[in-house]
Every structure is written in structure tokens, then in C-alpha cells.
Design a protein around this ligand. Structure first.
Ligand code: SF4
Length: 212
């Protein structure tokens, strides 16, 4: 077994639970893969005290109903290609909830609690969220999401790919923390660039009221 496939033990307090969604872009087209959830944890990973992120499946969330404040342990493998993940560990097993935590007594935002099913995220749709706002205010919110983005630059040559991370908000449109940040640009063939303009976010979330 190579070091990359070795099962490592981990344990700690859950700081946040957010959806694990991968975004595939090809110029003006995009598609999402709803993979599960990411637990951000402060604790120990293979005996080292640190913060780290663990990718868990939809079934594990249905069973354990993860939320910030709980403590959890398990085993997992270091991700093979960090460009395609926002977690440090995946292929998780032997997950045990050690305590449920008491939940947040703070007033949202950010929104605490047990994140909903992935279908609800898909149904709600997202708006782009400024990376700096995500890092400073939204990293613990169940409506925030950092996605690993794979970009096919030339669809005639699909091996020509680029990778980056993008942050999004699935939360209420009147959240006072929300800042869109700069529009996202997608590189294409022969140096062309496509810009994802504001109307796309508007259309994506038009079925929701301001406070939904
Ligand atoms: S902007 Fe979105 S992700 Fe950030 S706190 Fe508000 S609802 Fe949550």
C-alpha cells in the first residue's frame, strides 16, 4: 500500500459542515456534481494536532446528521489530487459521533445547524460569493460552499484543463453578510474569455424570495 492510500485516523470538533460540490466549466457551460459534505475539523490527524477537512458521503450525513459543535472520529485517505477537492481526506470509514454538541445559540448569519439534503442545495441554486467574504464571514455557514472547479479550456482537446477554487452562497438573498465580489471569468480556446455576468445568478435564484 502506498503512503497515499494509507488509512489515517482522525478525530476532533466539527467547526463547520458544508456541501461538497464539484463544478465543471467549459466556457459558458457548467455542471455540478453533488458529492456529499465537507467537515472542517479541529483536532488530530494521524496524531498531529491541526485543522483539516474531511469529505463524507451523503449516506454518512443522513446517518450521523453532522453539525458544528459535535465531535467525531474516523479513518480516511489523503486526497489523491488536491486540485479536484476542497478536503484533505476522503474515502472515509469507521465514522463515530463522540458527542452531538449543543448547537449554536447565536443569531444568524452565519447559519448554524444540520445542513439539508444535497437535493435542497440543487433546488435552491447559488450566487457567487466573494472569496474574501467567504473566508472572513461564511466559512462556518451551512449555506456557504467552496467548490473545486475543473475547467475544460478547449473542448476539442479535453485534456487541456485548469483547476481553481470558487466560493458560492446558497443562502437567503437578503443576508447582510453577502458580497458578490468580482465576476468570474472562464478561459476558452485561442485566448478567449467568457464572463459569468450578474444576470446568471439572478436567473439561478429567481424562484426564491429575498428572505428564503
Ligand atoms: S452570505 Fe451566504 S454563506 Fe455567507 S453567511 Fe450569508 S447566507 Fe451564509
Amino acid at each position: 500500500m502506498s503512503r497515499g492510500e494509507e488509512k489515517l485516523s482522525w478525530e476532533g470538533e466539527i467547526l463547520s459542515v458544508q456541501p461538497r460540490i464539484r463544478l465543471l466549466r467549459s466556457f459558458d457551460e457548467r455542471s455540478h456534481s453533488y458529492l456529499g459534505y465537507v467537515l472542517r475539523i479541529r483536532g488530530s490527524l494521524a496524531g498531529e494536532n491541526r485543522e483539516f477537512a474531511v469529505a463524507v458521503g451523503k449516506g454518512a450525513h443522513e446517518k450521523h446528521r453532522f453539525r458544528a459543535g459535535g465531535t467525531v472520529s474516523g479513518m480516511g485517505v489523503l486526497v489523491g489530487d488536491p486540485r479536484r477537492e476542497t478536503a484533505d481526506l476522503y474515502r472515509v470509514s469507521r465514522v463515530r459521533m463522540l458527542s452531538r454538541g449543543v448547537g449554536s445559540d447565536g443569531t444568524p448569519p452565519p447559519y448554524a445547524g444540520i445542513p439539508p439534503a444535497l437535493e435542497e442545495y440543487r433546488e435552491r441554486g447559488h450566487r457567487r460569493l466573494a472569496t474574501i467574504t467567504y473566508r472572513s464571514k461564511c466559512s462556518t455557514c451551512l449555506w456557504g460552499c467552496e467548490m473545486a472547479v475543473e475547467i475544460i479550456v478547449d473542448h476539442w482537446n479535453p485534456t487541456n484543463k485548469r483547476y481553481r477554487k470558487e466560493t458560492f452562497c446558497y443562502g437567503p438573498k437578503n443576508c447582510p453578510f453577502y458580497r458578490a465580489g468580482p465576476t468570474r471569468k472562464v478561459p476558452g480556446r485561442r485566448g478567449m474569455t467568457w464572463e459569468e455576468e450578474d444576470w446568471i445568478d439572478g436567473e439561478e435564484t429567481a424562484h426564491r424570495g429575498l428572505d428564503e
